[in-house]
Design a protein around this ligand. Structure first.
Ligand code: ASP
Length: 601
């Protein structure tokens, strides 16, 4: 080894020892006769001193080194002189007086800061990702991610799970996204699809009798990118045989709690056991099936009161069966003058118009309880109605009551949008809080108006709730699925279900979701066939490792916890991927790239 200790290791107990360290020059301070070098490696930072009088050779080399040079130093650990200790640094009680310094590798001036946590242009960070990844904060993220995966592997291994790899070159496994296709040289005109998830294969592993399977699986979905989405991402994929929904929930909940305790003990859990919400509760109260429960801001139904107010749109909507809901923004009206209030509510209105709202009704509660309320719809309610309303929503002086009324879908979207915005504006988010919850009792299908058919709300292998089986014939829209989602801080962390393990039932689902038996057999014949050979009842889940790591790391997006992520356009701008193929390669693959695509490039 080119070092005896790492740069985060030396303490007072090492004083007097001769050591060899190696790492990167984080910073160098030249004070004439003395040069100080902060030497950095993955484990930390140690101050090295080169003294022109004591060790002139080492000092001469120290004069040449610059930031990010890789050097090796041999020297003696000493107590730092009184008053120069650095309590911020784990090694801050000591420094190492260099006897020799060897330059192992020089560095140009890096194009991005490595020793400062300044906000940096993300394009530069991606282009020089190997330098970006050298920054301690990124190293912490990547190492945390490693710990998460290691912990999961050990936890599941201890509970009888077997990790089994499944192929990357496979056939479509629809999870609702577009497939990535890979042309096959050996089978002209044919394509593999990269797995959107190992869904079918893990079910086949249950047919194969493994009973408890998991995999840290790379999945590929050709979707538009956003902060919590990448074209390739990592799932903890898991499947269990002879289980009911409760068994899968319990196992996964145990893993969540153990992970938090082991890896982010400084964070606070919202509740233990995890809260459970039905899909309907989640939608009605939070407007989304992945609610952020770090703050309340619940939507409260006031249709009965508002429908009787003198405000015609509310009357009309309620008569049409459309709800009126209120979100109470605590203290938001506070001391605001009329103009300031109109400005704030105007901004909120612009925001919700984006999701289809026609306008924003509001009532501002005065701080002085005897004063009149402000807002365009305040005078449309009688005194009794107002009292009933304020009691229903728990209004306090200074609160802003925001009304939304429209179709249920638009109300959901508005509630979701307003909650996220208000939480930010009111500073209601506790960054230390982990608000995990389960969302259960999803509808099995969602109606696709355009295609005039039912779509699976999870995927086509999800079993209906046993008590809702009959609804498949009479009223499929009312049938609930066995799906469950694990949600944390407004992100879907995981989702799964108990599967259909009965060929007949599976065959019944296909026509409902607009699949002909012929097409289904072509795509999933292997599963249907396997289902004829003894299938254990089974169910499972997949977690998004990137999202979990992002939340644990307190990072703003998943790119911060992925070593080499793609940009918004799905590109790797460091290696320039995707790139054009050589004509010879295309020929071998029997592929003609249409001329206008090449011309545009
Ligand atoms: N395959 C599903 C997904 O990737 C998860 C599951 O049902 O286990 O979302």
């Amino acid at each position: 080894m080119l070092k005896t200790h790492n740069c985060g290791e030396l303490r007072e107990e090492h004083i007097g020892e001769s050591v060899t360290l190696a790492g990167w020059v984080n910073r160098r301070r030249d004070q004439g006769g003395l040069i100080f070098i902060d030497l950095r490696d993955r484990w930390g930072m140690t101050q090295v001193v080169a003294d022109a009088d004591g060790t002139p050779d080492a000092h001469a080399v120290a004069e040449q080194v610059r930031n990010e040079y890789v050097i090796q130093i041999e020297g003696k650990v000493r107590q730092r002189p009184d008053g120069t200790e650095n309590p911020e640094l784990a090694t801050g009680a000591i420094d190492v007086v260099a006897d020799t310094i060897t330059i192992l590798s020089k560095s140009k001036t890096p194009p991005i800061y490595i020793n400062k946590e300044d906000r940096m242009d993300e394009t530069m960070r991606m282009q020089y990702r190997y330098l970006d990844l050298r920054r301690p904060s990124m190293q912490n993220n990547i190492i945390l991610r490693h710990r998460i995966v290691k912990f999961i592997r050990d936890y599941l291994d201890n509970r009888g799970f077997v990790e089994i790899e499944t192929p990357i070159l496979f056939k479509t496994t629809p999870e609702g996204a577009r497939d990535f296709l890979v042309p096959s040289r050996l089978n002209p005109g044919k394509f593999y699809a990269l797995p959107q998830s190992p869904q079918q294969l893990k079910q086949l592993l249950m047919v194969a009798g493994y009973e408890r399977y998991f995999q840290i699986a790379r999945c590929f979905r050709d979707e538009d990118l956003r902060g919590d989405r990448q074209p390739e991402f990592t799932q903890l994929d898991l499947e269990m045989s002879f289980v009911e929904r409760e068994d899968v929930l319990q196992l996964n909940e145990g893993l969540v709690l153990a992970l938090v305790e082991a890896l982010v003990p400084e964070k606070k859990l919202l509740s233990k056991p995890l809260r459970r919400l039905t899909y309907t509760e989640a939608m009605e109260t939070y407007g989304t099936d992945r609610p952020d429960l770090r703050y309340k801001l619940e939507a409260i139904d006031v249709s009965d009161i508002a429908g009787k107010s003198a405000f015609a749109p509310f009357q009309q909507n309620v008569a049409d069966g459309k709800p009126v809901k209120v979100i109470r923004a605590p203290g938001m009206a506070g001391q605001l003058s009329g103009t300031a209030l109109r400005k704030v509510t105007g901004e909120l209105e612009t925001l919700i118009r984006d999701v289809g709202a026609k306008g924003l009704g509001y009532i501002a509660m005065p701080l002085d309880e005897t004063a009149e309320v402000k807002g365009p719809i305040g005078n449309k309610f009688t005194v009794e109605q107002k009292l009933a309303l304020f009691e229903r929503v728990g209004a306090e002086p200074g609160d802003l009551l925001l009304f939304t009324s429209d179709t249920r879908e638009i109300v959901y979207a508005v509630v979701d949008k307003l909650r996220r915005e208000l939480a930010e504006r009111l500073g209601l988010i506790d960054p230390q809080l982990l608000a995990f919850c389960w969302v259960i009792d999803f509808p099995l299908f969602i109606w696709d108006d355009e295609a005039q058919r039912w779509d699976p709300s999870q995927h086509m292998f999800t079993a209906p709730m046993p008590e809702d089986l009959e609804l498949l014939d009479s009223d499929p829209g009312k049938a609930r699925g066995t799906q469950y989602d694990l949600v944390c801080n407004g992100y879907e962390i995981g989702g799964g279900s108990i599967r259909i393990h009965d060929r007949e039932l599976q065959e019944k689902i296909f026509p409902l979701i607009g699949q002909t038996m012929e097409h289904a057999t072509e795509q999933f014949g292997h599963i249907l066939e396997a289902f004829e050979y003894g299938v254990p009842p089974h169910g499972g889940i997949a977690w998004g490792i990137d999202r979990l790591a992002m939340i644990f790391a307190g990072a703003p997006n998943i790119r911060e916890v992925i070593a080499f992520p793609k940009t918004q356009t799905g590109a790797d701008i460091m290696a320039h991927a995707p790139s054009y193929a050589e004509p010879g390669q295309l020929e071998e693959l029997h592929i003609d790239v249409v001329a206008d695509v090449l011309e545009e490039a």
